[in-house]
Write a protein that binds this ligand. Structure first.
Ligand code: CUA
Length: 307
């Protein structure tokens, strides 16, 4: 029914759901208005309709008009919940592309150090996972052709994933009012054949994000405490990503991107068990781009299985 291209594996499913809701709502609207018209004409002033009290039992009809819509609408609810759950569980093994929103642009960082502004290049037929955050206010990453939209929040990571199924160039919008130039905060998503994408990555390769993070790790003094040789009683960060961390309050947390981000920016939020809360906060001292580089570095050490 929609004239927008269906360019992701979600698009068809979202459209089916939308069309089903539209059709169901149309049936209800038409039914209600038809009944209004019919009664208005039949019992209009001066008509000879029978206005005496009916003795017919109407329990069957009442049950039908209550239960049938109930099942239909609960069915729509279950359908949308299952689709929503599927769309909000990104494949964690997919290497993420990082997106930082700021007034009024989208900054994109690929793991190989490729950076772009207001464009996002990606490969056809491969799942893409975005890890996103904002440097200032709330923005929203919206690609209508993919039927995906996700709020991007300051101080928090949100994720979005999709599988592009049609090569081409599609519009990217900010879908959350974020100030003067909100309407102009957009860009293009460019879906390329995997071979062209590999060429593009190679042509735009910069310093590896993990290597940038390694340099920062030394420059900011992280290594002074967190290197195994440092002699300071600080958590060992090798092999941290993906592991389960016991916290001082007795709970546990999975060391994902969100945990690493918060440990750097809000270190007193979750204290690792057995350590004093002496880590300084880097909030306001480094940008979200730097945090992403540090996280990429910590993940690379995990992947490399360094000692
Ligand atoms: Cu960013 Cu609206």
């Amino acid at each position: 029914m929609s004239s927008l291209p269906q360019a992701s594996s979600f698009a068809g499913q979202v459209d089916y759901l939308f069309d089903a809701m539209l059709a169901l709502s149309a049936v209800v609207v038409i039914g209600v208005f038809a009944a209004i018209l019919w009664f208005a004409v039949k019992y209009r002033h001066g008509s000879r309709a029978d206005r005496s009290r009916s003795s017919r039992r109407t329990l069957g009809i009442e049950l039908a008009w209550t239960l049938i819509p109930l099942f239909l609408f609960v069915g729509i609810f279950a359908w949308s919940i299952s689709l929503f759950a599927y769309m909000s569980r990104p494949p964690i093994e997919t290497v993420p592309v990082y997106v930082v929103a700021k007034q009024w642009m989208w900054k994109v960082q690929h793991p190989g150090g490729q950076r772009e502004i207001n464009t996002l290049h990606l490969a056809l037929g491969q799942p893409t996972r975005l890890v996103m955050t904002s440097q200032d206010v709330i923005h929203s990453f919206y690609v209508p052709a993919f039927r995906v939209k996700q709020d991007v929040l300051p101080g928090r990571y949100t994720q979005l994933w999709f599988n592009a199924t049609r090569a081409g160039t599609y519009n990217l919008f900010c879908a959350e009012f974020c100030g003067t130039d909100h309407a102009r905060m957009g860009g293009l998503v460019i879906v390329m054949q995997p071979k062209d994408y590999a060429n593009w990555l190679e042509a735009h390769a910069g310093t590896d994000l993990a290597a940038q993070g390694a340099a920062l790790f030394r420059r900011l003094g992280c290594s002074g405490c967190h290197d195994p040789q440092s002699g300071v009683h600080a958590p060992d960060l090798y092999d941290l990503y993906g592991s389960t961390v016991p916290l001082s309050d007795g709970t546990q947390v999975r060391a994902d991107e969100r945990y690493l981000h918060d440990s750097i920016m809000l270190p007193n939020k979750e204290i690792a068990a057995g350590y004093a809360p002496v880590m300084p906060s880097y909030q306001g001292r480094i940008g979200e781009d730097d945090v992403l580089a540090l996280i990429a570095y910590l993940k690379s050490r995990h992947a490399a299985g360094s000692p």
